[in-house]
Design a protein around this ligand. Structure first.
Ligand code: GLU
Length: 479
């Protein structure tokens, strides 16, 4: 690319960060990073009724969580209203826009007529046919009016980055309203002015915006501005093929974060919805995606958001991540689960590292580090009920006692030595290894499943193991 691109994401603060918006942000951000360009964020908050300023921070927060921030100052549409109004007047003065005095009743009648004739509703351009005198009389009578853009004859084509050339006949593009009767700009006018003044070279967004794009192209042309390159990415669907939506109970990005999804996993998974690396490999770090991101590899067909798949990506990224990257996130889970304070967690950093390395293989979510690893920090002796009925029996007492004594006497407390001692005790007592393995696991972790027992014992450390084995023996002996 000769000039590095400038792109943006333009969320409307009418809800939290939706997965579709997050995915569009990821595409734009990767495109900018891959080509050494800039990525910007614009808040589309002109619709006072639908937007809530309190949602801006959570949206930015969720984007930041994904590693996405604006390279320049944020742009708020609400602060640019005067600029839009000024440019709307400019289009009126240049003859590209005209006044329309149609009343709501007249518009309704046009819609009814279209419905009766089974054609899409379309404004009939009656404002364009008014004489100068009629316009002057309407203005003198203070009749409310809007400004509409006059769409020229012919056809409009643009070369979509995803779908290739798309053409529409201009007779099918309505003379859109650019300014309302109170002078305020409409969505399409504001977007075009902003995209132009922010220097956007490419506009990558959901394919539900294609009809806006045709209108916007005419606005660029009316202003005499260069039209950016557009790319419309496919929508994200639910497994039942409906469009992902809050109304159907779909979650926003922040909720996945609270569910223990890693941002790297979310980033990677969303990136593959509508784009492909063209290899069989699925799991990538963000840096790798920056390197390989090629905008020739967008898919035109809709993508399905599957939570199970996301969960599998999360599991993979938990395995890929550096222990020190996981550490603060896992600590946060412990603190928010009320298991320990931040201060006590920071006293046990090494213990956390060991726990993470030992149990990560079985975790799918960050919260699993709590359910599968909290015994590293305390042991309250609520043994798994079924397991304890089966394995913590009277017969286990002498086995555990002996094993404990022998572990205490070991020169080296490492996996091979621990395993050898366990085998010896089992052999001497004429039992299968499993008869000692199960009660020992329950004694030290309260659980029936987990990492290899020898890995677990070494990870917990000799002192903890012996203490827990002794306590268990005491409990079993009625102590
Ligand atoms: N606010 C619009 C949306 O959230 C942005 C569309 C665009 O990128 O131009 O869909």
């Amino acid at each position: 690319m000769a000039t590095p691109p400038r792109v943006r994401i333009a969320p409307s603060p009418s809800g939290y960060l939706h997965v579709g918006t997050a995915r569009t942000a990821i595409f734009n951000w990767l495109f900018a990073r891959h080509h050494g360009g800039q990525f910007l964020i614009r808040i589309e908050d002109t619709d006072a009724e639908r937007s809530d300023p309190a949602l801006v921070d959570p949206i930015l927060d969720a984007l930041r969580w994904l590693g996405i921030e604006s390279d320049e100052e944020l742009v708020f549409q609400s602060s640019r209203k005067d600029r839009y109004a000024e440019l709307a007047q400019q289009l009126l003065a240049s003859g590209h826009a005209y006044r329309c005095f149609a009343t709501p009743e007249e518009l309704e009648e046009m819609r009814n007529q279209a419905r009766a004739e089974k054609r899409p509703p379309m404004y009939d351009r009656r404002g364009l046919r008014l004489t100068d005198d009629e316009v002057a009389a309407n203005l003198a009578a203070a009749k409310p009016h809007v400004l509409r853009l006059r769409i020229p004859d012919g056809e409009t084509t643009f070369d979509d980055m995803v779908a290739g050339p798309i053409t529409r006949q201009n007779k099918d593009i309505e003379d859109l309203i650019i300014a309302r009767s109170d002078g305020s700009a409409t969505y399409n006018l504001a977007v075009v002015i902003d995209d132009h003044e922010m220097g956007m070279s490419h506009v990558i967004r959901g394919n539900d915006h294609i009809s806006n794009t045709f209108k916007q192209i005419h606005l660029y042309q009316a202003f005499g501005w260069e039209v950016p390159r557009f790319g419309h990415v496919p929508l994200i669907l639910r497994p039942d093929k409906k469009k992902v939506s809050k109304r159907l109970g779909d979650k926003d990005v922040g909720e996945y974060r609270h569910d223990g999804i890693l941002p790297e996993a979310m980033f990677n998974y969303l990136c593959l919805l509508g784009w492909s690396p063209k290899t069989d490999r699925e799991h990538y770090t963000v840096d790798e995606l920056v390197t390989i991101f090629d905008d020739a590899n967008f898919n035109a067909s809709n993508a399905v958001f599957d939570e199970d798949k996301l969960s599998a990506f999360n599991k993979a990224h938990i395995q890929l991540a550096d222990v020190d990257v996981l550490l603060p996130r896992v600590v946060r889970e412990y603190v928010s689960a009320g298991i320990m304070t931040e201060a006590s967690a920071s006293d046990q950093t090494e213990r956390f590292r060991t726990m993470i390395a030992t149990v990560r293989e079985r975790t799918r979510r960050l919260s699993d580090f709590v359910s599968l690893g909290s015994y590293f920090f305390s042991f309250d002796y609520t043994y798994d009920e079924k397991g304890s009925a089966k394995h913590l029996t009277a017969e286990a007492v002498p086995l555990l006692t002996e094993f404990g004594t022998r572990l205490a006497a070991l020169d080296r407390f490492d996996e091979p030595s621990v395993e050898q001692v366990l085998s010896e005790v089992a052999e001497e007592r004429g039992v299968k290894r499993a008869q000692l393995i199960h009660p020992t696991r329950l004694a030290v972790s309260g659980m029936t499943v987990g990492p290899s027992l020898f890995t677990l014992l070494v990870a917990l450390g000799r002192e903890t193991v012996i203490e827990r084995v002794k306590k268990t023996v005491a409990i079993l002996s009625g102590g």
